[in-house]
Each structure stands twice: as C-alpha cells, then as structure tokens.
Design a protein around this ligand. Structure first.
Ligand code: AMP
Length: 408
C-alpha cells in the first residue's frame, strides 16, 4: 500500500511517500520512498474568515484553495513527473494521510475524511486558526489532485489525549466554559503516541503494563503521562501555550498578568497572542533566541540571561514532570524526544539529576554518545530513561494503514 503523508505546519508543508507491504506495518520506521518540503502559510483573506467565523461558523465552501493548490500540486507532481519520479502515475497512491492539529473532543481517533469531517475541522478553525485552516486546505487540494475516490485520512494531534479523565481535562472555570468547548485538549499526540509505544518495544515490555512520561521537547514542548498505552494527563491544554516553557511560547503563567496587561498596558488580543506565542519562552527570558542551541552556546560564553533562560526551562520541566508523575502514580520510563530532547545531553542530565530521588540513574557515557532509540539509564536505575527519535510521519502512515485494514 502506497501512502502519501501530508504534514502541514504553520510555515512548512512536508510530504512523504511510504509503502507498506504485508498485512502488518513494521514496528520500527522504514525510510520513506520519497520526501519533499515546501514553504506555505497564512494567506490574505483570513481576517474576513475570522470575522465570519465569529458570527457563526465558516462554510467550508467559502475557503479558497488556490494558494495551497499552487504549493501542493507542483510539489506532488514531482512524484510522477520529471527525472526524480518514483511513481508511474498518481493512480498508484492508495490513501492520503493528513496531520490535523485540532480534532476537538469529538475526534477520539484517526478518521476517514468525509464532507462532515471536513466541516467539523473547519468549525475547529476557531480553536487552532493557523493549523486547522491550512490542513483543511491540504485536504481540499489533495482531493483536487487525486479525486474523491482516493481515501483521505485525518490523524489528529489531540486524539491521543481524549483518553484523559475528565478531572484532568476540565478547567476550574465557570460551567459555561466546558459547554463552549473550553477544556484541556493537549497536543503533540501523534508524537506522544508513537514514542510511548516505541518505548515499550525498546524495553521489550507490554505497553499495557507500562507507566511512561514522554517529554516532547522541540520548538514546542509538552509532556504526556501514559499509562497502559493511554494518555492520562498532558501539559498543553486548550491551546499549545499551556504547560512547559518553550522556544518562544511562555507556557503556563499567572492569568492575572494578562488582566494587568489589558487594564494597564492597553494590550489587545492580537498583541497578547503575539507576546505569548512569539516573544516569550527561551527567547523572551534570554533576549537572544528561542533556539536551544544558541541559548546553550551563549550560556557557555558566560551570558547570564541565557543561563537564566536555561535554568527556568529546566526548572519548569522538572516541576511539570513532577505533576505527570503524580497523575501516573509512579514511573517506569522517562522518554526524551524532539529537537532538544534528542540532542541536548545537558538538558537530559540536569533533569535526571533532579529526579535522582526516584532512584533514577543516568549512564553519563550513554547520555553524551548521541543516543537514538536507546535506553540511557544505568543498569541499576529504578526508572528507565530513553531517547527516542520521534517519527510523526511514520505514525500517520501507520494509522492510515491500520484504518484501511479495518475497512475504514
Ligand atoms: P524541533 O521543533 O523538534 O525541530 O526542535 C527544535 C529545537 O531543538 C530547537 O530549540 C533547537 O535548538 C533544538 N536543538 C536541535 N539540536 C540541538 C542540539 N544539538 N542541542 C540543543 N538543542 C538542539
């Protein structure tokens, strides 16, 4: 089965072609047959869509697809045209899988895209404006390229966390919030799902018997508490701003700060949005960069603000791990993944030192030897520590395959 994966972020669209032979996908990821990237993003006209949305929902037929077609069609045509083609024709693609950031509370699992599903994704644009809208455009553009007969599948970043108990998902605000969909959804679910399952595989354990904290530490950062293969708690909430300190996002802060900024500094919603999403986190505290490599380099060069940013990052990470630990009621494995989690031995070392009271012991040599899909805990550690390369695209392809075999 040839599966095309379209993974659209807020500025880049990644396309991959995977092939699965046999009735079961291989557990460990295989290299894709083909891979390509394109820049894309927010288009003019959004303000009007937002205004419409505020007045009662977007009619998906009103969302223009020209810009995404302009990006997606030439990107995909390289698959079956030109010197580097890997297919004879587009007809060889049997299914297209999409990462969709927000599936709300309704989408608890991977779902074949229908007109109703598209309309629901369009309604959720209100909750994840940049992502859902672009992802919807990718769905419409793929349909224009492949036709209606080729199944399209939405793999939601929120779905993995729909298993969270209500007590972890409900905000202690007024009752109307919950009725209006203001609740904790959690994100990075595709990565947390993949890495928690892969952890069980690397450890040779049954996922049903494992308590894992997965630390997805990239530009965006979140934790998930996973028991028996199901998410029971996570750090991101209604939006990806909640929880850990990130590259340019603040993570959790006192909401009273927002009231203060509105009342005394004249902030409007778009300024708050920009400040919390783009000017905070490592970038805000250091005044240098939201990129951990630059923070570590500046810290080594003696920059005190970079050191402070790093220390706040690690402190908040440890504090939130403590929260996940309590939600799980114990811990078998701590997993580090994504850009920082996979590549910063210093972050791993500092976090693990803070958790030594759990009986957790890192193997210092393994920690600095660029581990990948490896257990880096000392043999006598009471908790296993794993570094796992996250494979979100592979997980999307796997989900498409699973759904196809289940007859959609
Ligand atoms: P991601 O969003 O998964 O691509 O992760 C991006 C983050 O990973 C950025 O903060 C990078 O600085 C960080 N990162 C990548 N490589 C390294 C490295 N060798 N050491 C520290 N941080 C890294």
């Amino acid at each position: 089965m040839k599966i095309l994966v379209l993974n659209g972020g807020s500025s880049t669209l990644k396309a991959l072609l995977c092939e699965f032979t046999g009735p079961r996908p291989p557990e460990s990821p295989q290299p894709p047959l083909w891979e390509a990237h394109a820049e894309w993003g927010w288009r003019p006209g959004l303000a009007e869509l937002r205004a419409k949305n505020a007045c009662g929902g977007i009619d998906e037929r009103e969302i223009p697809i020209d810009a995404s077609s302009a990006v997606i069609e030439p990107l995909l045509a390289a698959l079956w045209e030109g010197p580097a083609r890997v297919l004879q024709s587009r007809g060889e693609i049997e299914v297209v899988g999409h990462r969709v950031v927000h599936g709300g509370h309704a989408f608890t699992e991977t779902t074949r895209v229908t007109a109703e599903v598209r309309a629901a994704i369009a309604r959720l644009v209100e909750f994840a404006p940049e992502h859902n809208r672009l992802e919807l455009e990718a769905i419409l553009a793929a349909e224009a390229v492949f036709g209606e007969a080729v199944p399209q599948v939405a793999v939601f970043d929120t779905a993995f966390h729909t298993s969270m108990p209500e007590k972890a998902a409900v905000y202690p605000g007024p009752r109307e919030w919950l009725d209006a969909g203001i609740r904790r959804y959690g994100f990075h679910g595709i990565s947390h799902q993949y890495t928690s399952r892969r952890a069980a595989e690397i450890l040779g354990r049954d996922p049903a018997s494992l308590r894992v904290i997965t630390c997805h530490l990239g530009n965006g950062c979140s934790l998930a508490a996973v028991r028996g293969g199901r998410s029971v708690d996570t750090t991101m909430g209604f939006t990806p701003i909640e929880g850990l300190m990130m590259g340019t996002r603040s993570g959790s802060i006192d909401p009273g700060i927002l009231i203060y900024l509105v009342r005394h500094r004249g902030f409007r919603a778009d300024q708050l949005d920009h400040t919390l999403n783009k000017e905070s986190g490592l970038k805000g505290v250091s005044g240098i960069s939201g990129d951990m490599r630059e923070i570590q380099a500046a810290m080594e060069a003696g920059n005190p603000r970079a050191r402070l940013a790093f220390e706040v990052f690690v402190h908040r990470l440890c504090r939130e791990i403590g929260g996940m630990l309590a939600s799980l009621g114990g811990l078998d494995a701590l997993v580090f993944t994504a850009g920082i989690g996979e590549n910063s031995p210093l972050v791993r070392e500092q976090v693990c030192r803070q958790l030594e009271f759990l009986g957790l012991k890192l193997d210092p040599q393994k920690n600095v030897a660029s581990p990948r899909d490896e257990d880096i805990a000392a043999p006598d550690s009471g908790v296993r520590v794993l570094v796992i390369h996250t494979e979100e695209d592979w997980e999307i392809a796997r989900e498409c395959h699973r759904l196809a075999l289940a007859g959609w």
